[in-house]
Design a protein around this ligand. Structure first.
Ligand code: ATP
Ligand code: MG
Length: 631
């Protein structure tokens, strides 16, 4: 390909819309253009990168015996209603674009394909003899992300490879999951990426075990926690650790566990309370008042207790709340702090004026949720008259993190303005908290597997995610088969995603310098760029043309910079777009000498034009072979 014909439009300055290096460089290098928020055109250079990644993905998927397919992007709502995910994906913070067709039927634009594939499995799979089977596709996905950002990293339209496997038993599912794990490691390595596998939360997809693959980079949106011995790595959403030991409260427990009342005017934060009275944060129980919203229109107030030195992990909380209430109320749509603003915006029949924010104790009475003071005697849990759409539970779901639940005596709010209680105990407050894991593990925490190991934090970009789904979808959608003993049972299922377009940008995030991209050769749009330093010199043009023809004939992806621009401009562009090898045909052309430059690290080599092909073949072969070695 000739640069003069490439529609190469590079930008000298950083575009204002881009914050992170990879996004800036893809825009500046003429790889992508923004069409709208989270929606990008993949220009010819990027399309070549995406094709190369897709080829590697296909080869590794095919090698595991998976079959390529292509499923519809327009998906009928009733499939999603059958799996129970329509409301969760379309209401509240749901990310599915959805529409109504001319017949009034509702459809969604596929954010993922569990429903479609499970419906197909129900139709196609009958017997254990057809199992296992693994189907994959490489296709555009649509997600109305709440915060689309960083270019291809979090788009609203992006390319994903997704695979779905079906099995007669759990053991077989585990084997395919392990095979996918191996294939993913090879894919990322062949693409030239340093990726780490971490334990992950299964989120809205569901299922039991799941593992993410993270490309470590400063710009990553995920926080990953790893132990130095390499035996533990997890996304913070999921990570577990040993909490520090709490300092015992000297005064414990007091007044039959009700605690001594302490005047604490204006001391509504842990810091204020500790500095005024010399408490340690680990001696406090802090109480968060939140509101969960469910697909059936139900609102459930939550009262969450945490030890004062711990932070809430939102994902663990959402999982705990879903596990308790989604059976009755459908998908959990959101959890927000219960504030006067929220009461107003959701038109909740609730009066918060009596709630002593900043002074809450875990025993805050359900009666505080009564609609107004005259209804204070309402029985907890009985819904008073409300506007028809809003259903509000008039009692708290009380959940406690283990660090709080295990305290024998503690300081907590007195449920009265300007007062706390010192030396309270759970029994004294009339509560029997269940010990849950709701706290966020942090960098520096000791590891569960070895207390001498501490967690270290790093940022990561999630490029892949594999799940053991179990029978969640097959049970809901009646995808069943007849087993070896002739008994009918639901299929076992796994699913496996790679963000192909995100991976391309993650590669840039990991491989760039001040002047531009340094593509790993396996996914570079072109492996070599031949630059004619001065197109006025016939001898340079002639030698460059013959090298271009020779390298192309040898099967290399070659660009020829035949533009009449100054050499400096061409070198800058070659650096920016990040072609791994540059062959400069300049003054040495008369003596059939050229310069070979490796983009990453800028090593230079003067050599005879006749040696260029063999040298490049050897170098590129070595890089590809190195990246093919299994980690
Ligand atoms: P995230 O947590 O980043 O929102 P996810 O866990 O919802 O992603 P999955 O459903 O696991 O994503 O999708 C499989 C893969 O698709 C992810 O590992 C990621 O690489 C990619 N991906 C997901 N959402 C996006 C997006 N909005 N833009 C680009 N790639 C995405
Ligand atoms: Mg994921």
């Amino acid at each position: 390909m000739r640069v003069s014909r490439l529609l190469l439009v590079t930008l000298r300055d950083d575009p204002a819309e881009a914050e992170i290096p990879s996004h800036k460089l893809l825009l500046r290098g003429g790889y992508i253009r923004r069409i709208s928020s989270g929606i990008y055109a993949y220009l010819p250079l990027l399309w070549r990168v995406l094709q190369k990644i897709s080829t590697i993905v296909r080869q590794e998927m095919d090698a595991t015996g998976a079959l390529e397919t292509l499923l519809p992007q327009l998906q009928p709502a009733d499939l999603w209603e059958r799996s129970g995910r329509w409301a969760g994906y379309t209401a509240g913070e749901g990310i599915m674009f959805h529409l109504t067709d001319r017949q009034g039927r509702e459809l969604g634009l596929g954010p993922t394909h569990e429903e479609v594939i499970t419906a197909l499995a129900a139709d196609l799979l009958r017997s254990y003899r057809q199992l296992p089977v693994n189907l994959y596709q490489i296709q555009t996905k649509f997600r109305d992300e709440i915060r689309p950002r960083f270019g291809l990293m979090r788009g609203r339209e992006f390319i994903m490879k997704d695979a779905y496997s079906f099995h007669a038993d759990e053991d077989c599912l585990r084997q395919t999951y392990a095979a996918m794990d191996g294939a993913y490691r090879r894919i990322f390595q062949r693409c030239g990426l340093r990726a780490v596998a971490v334990e992950a939360d299964s989120g809205a997809i569901g299922g039991s075990a799941s593992q993410e693959f993270m490309v470590t980079a400063e710009a990553g949106e995920d926080l990953i926690l790893t132990s130095a011995d390499g035996r533990y790595a997890a996304n913070q959403e999921r990570a577990v650790s040993r909490p520090s030991v709490a300092l015992p409260l000297a005064a414990a427990p007091r007044a039959g566990g009700v605690g001594d009342r302490l005047s604490t005017p204006g001391q509504t934060t842990i810091e204020q309370l500790c500095s005024a009275h010399g408490f340690d944060p680990s001696q406090l129980v802090k109480v968060l008042l939140l509101l969960a919203r469910f697909a059936d229109g139900q609102f459930q107030p939550l009262l969450i207790s945490l030890r004062g030195d711990q932070q809430l992990n939102d994902v663990k909380l959402a999982n705990a709340v879903s596990a308790r209430l989604s059976g009755a109320h459908g998908a959990l749509l959101s959890i927000d702090p219960l504030t006067a603003d929220l009461v107003r915006s959701e038109r909740l029949p609730l009066d918060l004026s009596e709630i002593p924010f900043g002074y809450l104790g875990p025993d805050l009475a359900d009666q505080t949720l009564a609609p107004d003071p005259s209804h204070r005697s309402d029985t907890a849990g009985v819904a008073p008259p409300t506007t028809p759409a809003v259903q509000l539970t008039r009692s708290f779901l009380r959940l406690s993190d283990a660090t709080a639940a295990e305290l024998e005596a503690f300081v907590c709010g007195a449920n009265a303005a300007d007062h706390h209680r010192v030396g309270a105990s759970w029994a004294g407050l009339g509560l029997q908290p269940e010990s849950l894991d709701l706290r966020a593990a942090q960098s520096g925490d000791r590891c569960l597997h070895d207390p001498d190991q501490c967690l270290q934090a790093a940022r990561g970009i999630e490029v892949g995610h594999i799940f053991q789904l179990g029978r969640k979808y097959s049970e809901a959608m009646e995808a069943r088969f007849t087993n070896e003993s002739g008994v009918d049972e639901p299929l076992w299922m796994g699913c496996y995603g790679i963000g192909v377009s995100r991976l391309a940008q993650a590669a840039v995030e990991q491989h760039h310098d001040a002047d531009g991209i340094c593509w790993p050769v396996a996914i570079a749009p072109f492996a070599v760029i031949v630059v004619i330093a001065n197109t006025q010199e016939a001898i340079q043009v002639e030698l460059a043309e013959s090298l271009y023809a020779e390298l192309t004939a040898a099967g290399l992806d070659v660009l020829l910079d035949d533009r009449t621009e100054r050499a400096g401009v061409k070198f800058k562009d070659a650096d920016l777009i990040g072609i791994p090898w540059r062959v400069v045909v300049g003054r040495g052309a008369a003596a059939a000498q050229v310069e070979l430059v490796r983009r990453a690290g800028r090593e230079k080599l003067e050599l005879a034009a006749s040696d260029v092909r063999a040298t490049l073949e050897a170098e590129i072969g070595r890089e590809i072979a190195g990246a093919t070695l299994v980690a």
